[in-house]
Design a protein around this ligand. Structure first.
Ligand SMILES: [Zn+2]
Length: 171
């Protein structure tokens, strides 16, 4: 059996800017009003015979949406993003610890963005595909900690109505 939470109706949304480095159109900074769909497969269990409580699912997804909302998403493992004063090879989350600005170049374009306006993501891309994986990693622990008999979590990250990427994580 499965439960489904529809992000646009259940208000699991965030608005963010991003860049897909060197992509023709998406290589320019632009934004999306994202929404996140969730599907959880499992068996009914517990006091209420739920698969998992809808409230817990929505709380968990909204936490991640809030982290990303109204920020520019920077995937730090993208090799086309060259961070200033890094060796370009081993950039990790610690590299940004005491920085106020993210300074980087993508080919001949240079950027300087206040860190408070950004979210540093341990990803190769800020694509819908990678964000779907990111969400599923972030929420699976949360959901599992609530108990229940869960087989998989599928997350759909939609870049507005009509296009989204879905990632299924088996547990
Ligand atoms: Zn985009």
């Amino acid at each position: 059996m499965k439960i489904v939470v529809n992000g646009i109706n259940a208000n699991l949304r965030f608005s963010s800017a991003h860049i897909i480095p060197t992509h023709g159109l998406c290589g320019h900074i632009h934004g999306h009003s994202y929404f996140v769909d969730v599907e959880i497969e499992g068996e009914q269990s517990g006091n209420f015979d739920f698969i998992v409580d809808f409230i817990d699912v929505k709380d968990s997804v909204r936490k991640v949406c809030r982290e990303l909302d109204h920020r520019i998403l920077i995937p730090i493992f993208n090799k086309k993003i060259k961070f200033k004063s890094s060796n370009h090879e081993n950039v990790d989350m610690d590299f940004f610890k005491n920085k106020e600005y993210l300074e980087f170049s993508i080919e001949d374009k240079e950027y300087k963005i206040p860190k408070v306006d950004s979210v540093i993501l341990p990803l190769k891309h800020s694509s819908a595909e990678e964000l779907a994986k990111y969400f599923s990693d972030k929420i699976s622990n949360d959901i599992l900690s609530k108990g229940g008999d869960i087989e998989s979590i599928t997350i759909g990250v939609n870049e507005g109505i009509g296009q989204g990427a879905f990632f299924k994580k088996s547990l």
